[in-house]
Design a protein around this ligand. Structure first.
Ligand code: KOT
Length: 831
């Protein structure tokens, strides 16, 4: 029997790791004692739950050690506020991070079970939309791994991001019920329930000394119940917590209504209170006017702040002076920005602190990360709605704004009303709005973008005057991804090759991958690398067959675009290229190209019409191409249904080509670009977001860059961009767009795919698809040429993996620590 190490390591939260035999016994013990079933009749679901319970024994051990150490050392901690956490599955991630994946695999095998079957019992925890939510998940993994005292705060949505089906090629949304039968990783903490208020009115009162005091009489009280999800650092470093709030009706409040005879009213208010954490909003739509969304934001911010303050007071009593030393709060975009006026309210109204002292605390506590420059995504709330939901907070925002305009703006630009209009937190107009970005900048001590070019644009285009006021406030932290999930766990074959060639330190020190570059010309390593890619592609082909019934050849180039569907991400540019290839094949039956499989994965926001039309068009074109014998398998097109973290983990290790083709200046960073390159895919990309930094790292020979740069995009738009010119001057573009209007892809229904053409011509092509088209085609031809030389390709792919060390989320977190949080790591002691 192979025995895993049970040696206790210093600064590791989890004391002793189990042997295979111990794990087996523990699983059976839980099968009997926690699940009430027996080895002879247990379902895969029961086996999975029993294994989770066995694993949790070690997780909880680490959790207790971590929490006790943090408490004893009264450490400064970072509190990550995010409306989204896109966690995916936790089973294999926890096993890998604890360091017992192999032991568990063997234990299960000896019990007659396949670990992969158990993994498939778990629903994805999809409490996020895309990049922003997945980044939060990578960050909490890294914070635990690096031993930083950190807690993630968010909402315990009952329903995560919708599930996607296709019906005749069109997206259908279905509800996601990830915890319908409970979730073994979460712990309810009724002892830490909080109550928060909304609605009502503000009364102005005066005390005996004539001092004015504002009293908020809330209209509704809501209970927040915390659910803790332990976050296991790699090799069991620290076990931190993700604390998610579930809304419930307040017992206290509803009892009153009940007593006054309002039984139905009480029941209705219960339902309304519980609605708050019911469902995640799918983004890319404007949330303006959505009262529930504002309440969600306030609900989790208020619960979290109260939780932080409770913990602070337990250690420091009523002395607020150490608060900014102990507490840092990172705002994941502006969604949690209402935490700023909420902390002011608590300090001024509740703790009776002076405005100046309270503001001084706020400005040393909050930091804000911007994730987008798209104007429609910059959050604004109507003053009217704000006043209805949070009347006292609106007053506080007015006062923050008044002081900001008088004490900052008017001092730097005396009498300049244009500047005041531009910088005011309140936007004028017939419907005045609260600008959450402005509020976040004014209330934070640091503001960062998520890739260098994006951070530069945040300064130059979004907040130039704020930079003039506070030049040192703005900084960059380039995103990263956790190599534990996005290489070690999802690509075990490549992980093993790396362990064997460069040692096994890379998962916690990704710069070690550099050593792999020395093997880029080594034929044996090239062969091994390509064989692994081939096996991963064969595995994916099996998944594709199962999900779509489409057969794909693992020897073709696997060309992958996976990300939310949005015009700026330009899935339709990819589609136009596919149509160009198809057309060339039909015109020239011997058209010479390396066979290619184009794989897509993307969800469209339910209200985003054009995004849904693009999905439909890709599916219809796929149907035609995949069934056209004349193509002779040179082209296949697959739209994978229900793209999510778990599907990403299967697609990324199998990718040869990574599509990162956003209009320059629009994709803040991207993180899929990092995951794909890390797994040896060659990027076809624009000079946008983190693609620029990826190109710097891997070198121009190992990436296929195309398209307009940020400056060229600006120049073209300044001079006036006319997409019709490209249509009339480029016969290929014209033919393809006209083709979409026929009934070729939708027999008997001409015009079904015309939405794309319309947006590119009548709609003015806002994302410059036609301007970049020919350059994109050339970048793809370059890739086709590269692939014909397999040794040359292997070298490029190896160098992509080897040179991605910068893009670990551990580095991002170290950057935050140095530039923003000023935090010390905390060695965890065992009891
Ligand atoms: C959505 C709504 C409002 C504001 C921001 C967003 C947003 C931005 N959601 N996801 N993002 C992405 O965040 C990632 C992590 O920083 C970036 O890599 C990506 O470029 C953003 O689009």
């Amino acid at each position: 029997m192979k025995k895993t190490t049970s040696k206790a390591k210093a600064s590791v939260a989890i004391a002793a790791l189990p042997s295979t035999e111990e794990l087996k016994n523990s699983i059976i013990k839980h099968l009997h004692g926690s699940l009430g079933t027996d080895v002879n009749k247990a379902s895969p679901q029961a086996w999975w739950r029993a294994t989770c319970a066995a694993v949790n024994e070690y997780v909880y051990d680490g959790l207790r050690n971590t929490q006790r150490t943090h408490y004893q050392q009264n450490t400064r901690a970072i509190h990550y506020f995010s409306l989204e956490y896109l966690m995916g599955r936790l089973f294999s991630n926890n096993l890998h991070n604890i360091g017992i994946y192999d032991a568990a695999k063997t234990a299960l095998a000896e019990l007659g079970l396949n670990i992969a079957d158990l993994e498939d019992q778990e629903e994805d925890m999809a409490l996020g939309n895309g990049g922003l939510g997945r980044l939060a998940a990578c960050f909490i993994d890294s914070m635990a791994t690096l031993n930083y005292p950190a807690i993630g705060y968010g909402i315990h949505y009952e329903h995560g991001l919708f599930k996607q089906d296709f019906s005749d090629g069109r997206q259908i949304e279905r509800p996601d019920s990830w915890r319908e039968y409970g979730n073994p990783w979460e712990i309810c903490r009724p002892e830490s329930v909080q109550e928060i208020s909304v609605y009502g009115y503000v009364e102005t009162t005066y005390d005996l000394q004539g001092k004015m005091k504002k009293v908020w009489h809330p209209g509704r009280i809501i209970k927040g119940v915390p659910w803790d999800i332990p976050v296991v650092g790699y090799q069991g470093s620290s076990v931190n917590v993700l604390r998610l709030w579930e809304s419930r009706a307040s017992d206290f409040f509803n009892w009153d209504v009940f007593n006054s005879g309002g039984y139905i009213d009480a029941a209705r208010q219960n339902i309304e209170a519980e609605t708050i954490s019911k469902v995640l909003y799918p983004n890319d739509e404007t949330d303006a006017g959505k009262e529930l969304r504002l309440i969600q934001q306030y609900f989790f911010c208020s619960c979290s702040l109260k939780d932080i303050i409770r913990r602070y007071k337990r250690a420091n009593g009523d002395d607020w002076s150490k608060f900014p030393e102990q507490v840092a709060i990172q705002l994941n975009d502006t969604h949690p920005a209402v935490a700023i006026p909420e902390l002011m309210r608590i300090l001024v109204d509740r703790a009776e602190m002076s405005w100046d002292d309270a503001w001084n605390i706020c400005q040393h506590v909050f930091a804000y990360t911007n994730h987008t420059l798209l104007p429609e995504a910059l959050e604004k709330w109507s003053v009217r709605l704000f006043e209805k939901v949070l009347p006292r907070h609106l007053e506080i925002i007015y006062e923050i704004n008044r002081r900001f305009l008088v004490e900052q703006v008017d001092v730097l630009w005396p009498g300049d009303n244009d500047k005041k209009h531009k910088l005011s937190i309140i936007e004028d107009g017939h419907e005045p709005m609260v600008r959450m970005g402005h509020l976040s900048v004014v209330g934070s001590f640091r503001v960062n973008g998520v890739a260098q070019v994006h951070s530069d644009l945040v300064k130059s285009d979004l907040f130039p005057e704020m930079v003039a006021l506070w030049p040192d406030k703005f900084t960059n932290v380039t995103n990263g991804v956790t190599p534990r999930r996005w290489l070690k766990a999802c690509n075990p074959r490549l992980a093993k090759l790396l362990d064997e060639t460069i040692g096994d330190e890379w998962p916690r020190d990704l710069k070690q991958l550099n050593k792999f570059a020395a093997f880029a010309d080594d034929p044996a390593i090239q062969d091994a690398f390509m064989a692994i890619k081939q096996q991963n592609k064969a595995d994916l082909a099996t998944v594709v067959k199962k999900l779509t019934n489409i057969s794909i050849d693992p020897h073709a180039i696997f060309d992958i675009q996976i990300k939310r569907l949005h015009e700026y991400k330009r899935q339709h540019l990819n589609l136009l290229h596919i149509l160009a290839l198809y057309r060339r094949i039909l015109q020239n039956p011997d058209y010479d190209m390396v066979p290619r499989v184009f794989l897509f994965g993307a969800k469209a926001a339910p209200g985003y019409k054009l995004a849904k039309e693009i999905i439909y068009a890709i599916n219809k074109v796929a149907e035609k191409i995949n069934n056209d014998k004349r193509v002779k398998n040179r082209l296949k097109v697959v739209f994978m249904p229900n793209y999510r973290v778990t599907l990403a983990e299967k697609m990324i290790p199998a990718a040869d080509v990574s599509e990162q083709i956003s209009t320059a200046g629009k994709e803040a960073s991207g993180t899929g670009n990092m995951k794909l390159a890390l797994n040896g895919a060659i990027t076809v990309g624009t000079l946008d977001g983190a693609n620029i930094e990826i190109a710097e790292e891997v070198g121009a020979d190992n990436i296929s860059i195309f398209g307009l740069t940020v400056d060229e995009v600006k120049a073209l738009q300044a001079k006036g961009y006319h997409s019709w010119d490209y249509y009339y001057q480029d016969a290929e573009i014209k033919a393809i767009l006209d083709w979409l209007e026929t009934d070729y892809f939708t027999p008997g229904k001409p015009g079904e795919l015309s939405a794309i053409k319309r947006s590119l011509l009548e709609g003015g092509d806002p994302y410059l698809v036609l301007a970049d088209f020919q350059s994109y085609v050339k970048a793809q031809e370059k890739v086709d040429g590269w692939y014909r030389d397999q040794a040359g390709w292997a070298k490029k792919a190896i160098l992509n993996t080897a040179l991605m060390g910068k893009f670990t989320s551990d580095r991002s977190i170290e950057d935050y620590v140095e530039k923003v949080w000023k935090l010390d790591a905390c060695k965890i002691s065992q009891q």
